[in-house]
Structures are given as C-alpha cells and as structure tokens.
Design a protein around this ligand. Structure first.
Ligand SMILES: O=P(O)(O)OC[C@@H](O)[C@@H](O)c1c[nH]c2ccccc12
Ligand SMILES: [Mg+2]
Length: 559
C-alpha cells in the first residue's frame, strides 16, 4: 500500500491510496482527501478492500506514519495482519507499489492532459485498464488471476453515436478498446495460422509500444507530458506541450520528450526507443482514448472502434492478393534506366493547402499509369491531405494495375490490416514516429500479408536506426523536414554518401521523396543513388498529371 500525493484538489480529494495485491497484481486506487488520517485510511481500506478481498495476511508499505499510528496498530494486533515496512532509502522493498504508482500517475497525466482536475473522474478507468492489461510477469491479466476468466465485455461503440457527449463517447471507446486489447492478448496465446509466433510476440510488445507512438503523434495541445522525475515520479505534475495548432512538428515531439528524458531513460525519442522499459508505456486502451480525442491527427485510426481487429484481419485475409510493389519498382528502374516513379494522388497538403480542386482519383490514377508510373501512392489521411480510403478502393477497383501504396500515419497494426483489406499493396512506415520495435513488428505483419513496407527516414539518426533492422527492403528518404516543411534535396545526397555502401550491401532500394519538380531534380537524386522517386505536388498541380510525367523526367517513361 502506498500513497500518491500532491494531485490537484478536486471535491476535497488530492491523494490516491494505491493497494496492490502482490500475487495477482490486482490493484485498487482510492481517492482520499488531504490530510488523510489513520482512521480515514482504515475506513477506506475496509470499505474498498476488505469488503471485496477479506483481510490480507500481511501488508507491505513504506514508513508512512499512518501505518504506525494507533488505529492501524490495533488493527494489526487484533487481526493478526503483519506489517512489513520498507526501511528508509530502500524503496525496493515496496517495489510493487512504487511501480504501480508510477504507472498510474502516468496514465492520469496522459489521459487528463490539459485538464488535470479531471483525474478523479478518470481514476476508475485507470484502475480498470490497469487490472485488465496483460502482465508479462503473470502472463495474464490481474483480473484473470483473481477471477479465473476475462472480464465481461463492456458496451460497444456504435457507428453514428459519435455525436454524444464526448465523455460518454470516450468511456464507450475505451471500454471497447480495452476489450479488443484483451481479445488480442487472448489471441496472442493461440496465434492463428496467419500470425506466426514471432509476429505474435512482436505485436504483443508492440501493443504496449504503440501506445507510445500514439502518444508522440498526438496533436501537441493534447500532449500531456510527465515532468522529469525528480526523486518521485508520483507527484501530480501535469503539463501540456504547446506547439503548432495545425500539425505536430518534430520539434514539438522533441520538446515534449526532452522534458521527459529522465523519466523515459533516454535523451530523445529518436534514440534508443527500443530500450524503454515496458512499464513506461501506456496500455493500448488508455492511449486510444487520448488518440480519439477531438483534434487528434490520426482520425483514420478511429475506425478501430467501429471494426474490431479480428474483423479487419479477416477482411485483409479475404482481400484479393497483393501485387509486388517492390518488384514493380525494380523492374521499372531496369527498363527505363531512370528512377521508377511512384506517382502520388494528393489533393491537399498541410504545407501547400489544396493542390487540385477537381480531384478525380480514378482519372488521375489512369493517366499516371498510362504515362509510365510504376506504382501509385494514395493518401488516405483525411484531415491534412483530404484523402480517403474510398479513393484507394475506387482506384483499386477501376482496373488500374499499378501496385498501390497506402499513405497514412501508421501507428497501429490495425491500420495495416485495414489498408490491405481495402486493396493496398504497400504501406508507409515513418521512422520518426515509430520505435524500432514498432517497425520490426509492422514489417513482419506486412510480410505475412504479402505487402511491401516503405520506411521513411528524414535524417541520419533515423537512417542508422532503420539500417539496423533486419528485413528492410525499401527506404524512402524524405527531403521535406517534418519540422519546417522546407524541402532540401541535398538531404538525399548527404544520407546516401554516408550510408550508400551498407544500403547497397543489403540490397535495399531507396526512394527519393518530396520536392521534385524538374528533370534536373530527378537527375540530381538519381546521381545520389536512388532507384525510385515519390512525386506528388509537381504532377497533381498540372492540367494533365499524366503528361506532366514526361516533363518531370525529360522523356517518356516506358511501360
Ligand atoms: O508532393 P511532393 O513534394 O512531391 O511529395 C510527395 C511525398 O513525398 C509526400 O507527400 C510525403 C512524403 N512522406 C509523407 C508522409 C506523409 C504524407 C505525405 C508524405
Ligand atoms: Mg510512499
């Protein structure tokens, strides 16, 4: 048992009494007023713990004077409960509570974000998520250990109910997600044929890790960031990161993480992500609720709440077989002696606004294909690029034969299965927003689904991280800075000068992305060593985007 103090006072409450069962890790979080007394704690203990679980054999706590006071001493004497107190400067004795405290404080910071006073309302949900989350040491959820079965499903999110009050929605979304998470872990123990044991392992860890990615990608104003832990990470500090209203920039991620570095044990989110201990991640359900807040930039992911993971996996398995994206690029490069073209269907962009008013995805796709594009990239992100999965499906069913890249911010494997079920042959994975573990897991999923993963890097650090991952076949170097949107093609040259050798050694194909407008630009990146280019703006903006291809390359491309 332990206390988390110093939370914002709401309805007279500013302390959490945390009670963890050492065997099952089942937890209870009880909000208390400050100052709490021995009597108030005894009362809470009987009301909330003894009522449900009977008297414990022993209690481990730190040297809080509450437990040495008369009411507790009497209680211990009469009931035969042993008190095992940790000594000063040896918090490990009560390590279980310390870990729980840290975790719960983090959940609360993340969920309440810029409304720290809402912690009281969220406490029961945090508790629910805690005891229904898979525990690596237990190989089960605490709930399962105590009750011998999974918790019953809660209400399900229903399509069309989104206009309800946000809090209600959120509760529904969390509960259904928690259920998916549980379903997922159940699945993990009996992986289906399509999911190799290795994928299952990666994904289960990714499940936890992805929390982190969501956390990064969230729009800055919602990004609650734990303060560096000075001594105790359990104090109720809340802080939100301010940043561009329109778009989460890399600098805002960095700022966010610079301040948490001591807590995460890494100096930057772009370094050593894989080393983070799992308890520093949020459980999926928690993160999801942050993600679904209005204003979250990954709205596509909200589909999660409407279509459970196992259903998306089933539809992905039923989808027509995928085409060879990588092979198409390789063949086109050989055929033309020019970089293969991935032509992009992009209606708008956050930096340039609307690029093309009359945007007919099928027409554009057909003229791209007719004029020699090897593959197509279709933006499905709605908010910033005005893309959609409808566009992807339309192009896929229109008779266009080029392999298709689904372009969105993938942070959750659900999105990959979803992309496959809609007919995508490749997905984009952005190294800046994914930890290494995430990339590995997603690569494996792509492999299982027969898809190609295009892994996008921006700088040297990301390039090094990606080159250390096995199985990477396609790397995209984005010349556009995530931070300033400024395009600089010399980025490609610089990265290839430094890493060209190991890229060639591994047989990796490199795609030059963004800001290519003229035959000179193409020649420049080709000379740097790329074998394909990804071009959007300079084609989409032209009257006939297909005919613009010859203008971009300085010659007609062969089929
Ligand atoms: O329109 P451009 O400058 O030719 O860029 C295309 C493509 O590189 C760009 O759309 C892009 C590269 N990586 C991304 C990630 C998400 C969204 C978009 C992108
Ligand atoms: Mg304590």
């Amino acid at each position: 048992m332990d206390f988390i103090e110093g939370l914002p006072r709401v309805h007279g409450k500013s302390v959490i009494l945390t009670v963890v069962d050492r065997f099952s890790k089942y937890t209870h979080f009880i909000a208390l007023g400050h100052p709490y007394t021995a009597t108030s704690v005894v009362r809470a203990f009987f009301n909330e713990i003894v009522r449900l679980h009977r008297l414990p054999a022993s209690i481990v706590s730190d040297c809080n004077p509450v437990f040495t006071s008369a009411p507790w001493r009497d209680l211990f004497k009469m009931s035969g409960i042993k008190l095992r107190m940790s000594t000063a400067f040896h918090p490990q004795t009560d390590g279980q509570s310390e870990v729980t405290n840290r975790t719960i404080a983090m959940y609360l910071r993340c969920i309440t974000g810029d409304r720290p006073r809402a912690w009281v309302d969220w406490l029961p949900w945090a508790e629910y998520c805690y005891y229904t989350a898979y525990h690596t040491a237990l190989r089960a959820t605490p709930f399962q250990v105590v009750y011998g079965r999974e918790p019953p499903p809660l209400g399900t999110y229903r399509d069309g109910s989104a206009r309800r009050r946000w809090t209600t929605c959120c509760a529904i979304v969390i509960s259904s997600l928690a259920r998916f998470a549980i379903g997922f872990f159940r699945r993990r123990r009996t992986p289906s044929a399509s999911m190799t044991a290795r994928t299952a392992l990666w994904s289960s860890r990714w499940m936890i890790g992805s929390g982190f990615a969501c956390y990064i990608v969230r729009r800055p104003p919602w990004c609650a960031v734990p303060m560096p832990s000075s001594g105790h990470a359990t104090r109720g500090h809340f802080r939100s990161v301010s940043g561009s209203e329109r778009w989460p920039t890399a600098s805002s991620y960095r700022r966010a993480f610079a301040s948490t570095s001591s807590m995460w044990g890494s100096s930057s989110p772009f370094m050593g992500l894989h080393q983070w201990s799992h308890r520093h991640y949020l459980p999926w359900s928690m993160v999801a609720c942050c993600l679904y807040r209005p204003g979250s930039c990954i709205l596509n992911c909200a589909g999660h709440a409407m279509k459970p993971l196992n259903e998306v996996i089933q539809s992905a398995e039923k989808a027509p077989p995928s085409r060879d994206f990588y092979g198409a690029l390789e063949a086109a490069y050989k055929r033309n002696g020019m970089p293969a073209l991935i032509a992009e269907l992009k209606k708008a962009s956050p930096s340039r606004g609307v690029l093309r008013e009359n945007f007919n995805p099928v027409e554009i796709a057909q003229t791209y294909e007719k004029n020699g594009a090897a593959c197509l990239s279709i933006l499905t992100d709605e908010k910033y690029f005005q893309g959609s999965f409808e566009n992807l499906e339309k192009v896929r069913t229109s008779g266009v034969k080029c392999p298709l890249l689904c372009k969105e911010f993938v942070i959750d494997k659900w999105q990959i299965y979803n992309a496959r079920s809609k007919g995508a042959d490749a997905v984009l994975l952005i190294a800046a927003v994914l930890p290494d573990l995430g990339i590995k897991c997603f690569l494996q999923i792509c492999k299982d689904l027969g898809m190609t993963a295009l892994i996008e890097v921006h700088d040297e650090r990301e390039m090094e991280r990606v080159l250390n991952i096995n199985g990477v076949k396609l790397i995209g170097i984005n010349n556009r800075s995530l931070e300033t949107f400024v395009v600089d093609t010399s980025n490609t040259k610089m990265l290839l000068e430094k890493h060209g050798d190991s890229i060639r050694e591994k047989g990796i194909l490199v795609v030059g992305e963004s800001g290519l407008f003229s035959p000179d630009d193409v020649a420049y990146v080709q000379k740097a060593g790329i074998s394909a280019v990804l071009v959007g703006e300079s084609l989409v903006k032209q009257e006939d985007p297909g005919r613009a291809i010859a203008g971009l390359f300085g010659k007609e491309l062969l089929h």
